[in-house]
Design a protein around this ligand. Structure first.
Ligand code: ATP
Ligand code: MG
Length: 203
C-alpha cells in the first residue's frame, strides 16, 4: 500500500474504520444538498469520510513495525460486528459548532471497545492515551469560528433519514498515514488488520 516512503523520519498516523462506498455516497449526497447553506464550513471530501478509532499523530517511522504488531494483536481480540450511522450533531455543541458530524447507530459499543483496546495497547509503543471519552463519529465539516448550526443540523438530519438502515459489517481496521496540505489532507492506507472472527473460545 502507498504513502510510506523511506527515510521521512516521522509519519502522521491514525487508525480508522472504513465505510462502504454506498454509505459514503449517501452521506455525500445529503451534504451536497445542504452545503451551500453553510459556506463557512470546510467539508471533508467524500473519499475521505471515515470513523477514527485512534489518532496517533506524528510517529517515528522506524517504530511503525512494532506499532503494527500491536494493531494486529488488538484487532484479533475483537469479533467483526454490524454497524450503522445515524443522525448528526456538532462538537462541542450544536449551538457553537466547530465540527459537524454524523453519529453511529449500531456498533458504537463495539467501536468504543476497539478504540479503548487500541488506546491502552498503543501506550506500550509510546502513543499518548486519549484524554477524552470515545464518541463514535464521522467528521463532515470543520468551522474555523464556532457557529450556531442547530437549524442547519435539523435540516441535514431530515436529509439523512433512512441512513440508520444501511447496516454494514466491520471486518477490519485500517492504519492510515495522513499527509496535510493547504488543499486538505490525503489519507494513505498503510495496512489493514482483520478482526478476529475465527478466534477459538477457551473452556
Ligand atoms: P485537517 O487537520 O487538515 O483538518 P484531518 O483532521 O482530517 O485534516 P488529521 O488532522 O491528520 O486530518 O486527522 C486524521 C484523523 O484523526 C481525523 O479523523 C481527525 O478528526 C482525527 N484527529 C486529528 N487530531 C486528533 C486529535 N487530537 N484527537 C483525536 N482525533 C484527532
Ligand atoms: Mg486535523
Amino acid at each position: 500500500m502507498g504513502g510510506k516512503e523511506k527515510g521521512s523520519g516521522s509519519l502522521r498516523l491514525f487508525v480508522a474504520l472504513d465505510l462502504p462506498e454506498g454509505v459514503r455516497e449517501r452521506i455525500a449526497a445529503a451534504v451536497k444538498k445542504k452545503a451551500g447553506l453553510l459556506p463557512q464550513a470546510r467539508w471533508v471530501k467524500e473519499e475521505n469520510l471515515h470513523l477514527t478509532l485512534k489518532f496517533i499523530g506524528e510517529y517515528p517511522e522506524e517504530k511503525v513495525e512494532r506499532l503494527e504488531g500491536i494493531l494486529e494483536k488488538k484487532a484479533l481480540e475483537h469479533r467483526p460486528f454490524t454497524a450503522s450511522l445515524r443522525g448528526c450533531g456538532g462538537f462541542p455543541s450544536p449551538g457553537r459548532a466547530r465540527v459537524i458530524w454524523v453519529g453511529m447507530g449500531k456498533g458504537e459499543e463495539e467501536a468504543a471497545s476497539l478504540a479503548s483496546g487500541l488506546d491502552s495497547g498503543l501506550t506500550r509503543v509510546g502513543v499518548k492515551r486519549e484524554a477524552r471519552p470515545f464518541r463514535g463519529h464521522l467528521t463532515l465539516a470543520r468551522l474555523k469560528n464556532p457557529m450556531d448550526c442547530c437549524s442547519w443540523l435539523a435540516s441535514l438530519e431530515e436529509e439523512l433519514s433512512g441512513l440508520e438502515e444501511m447496516d454494514f459489517q466491520v471486518r477490519e481496521i485500517t492504519l492510515y498515514r495522513s499527509v496535510l496540505s493547504p488543499q486538505g489532507p490525503t489519507y494513505f492506507p498503510v495496512r489493514r488488520f482483520e478482526l478476529g472472527g475465527k478466534k477459538v473460545e477457551r473452556d
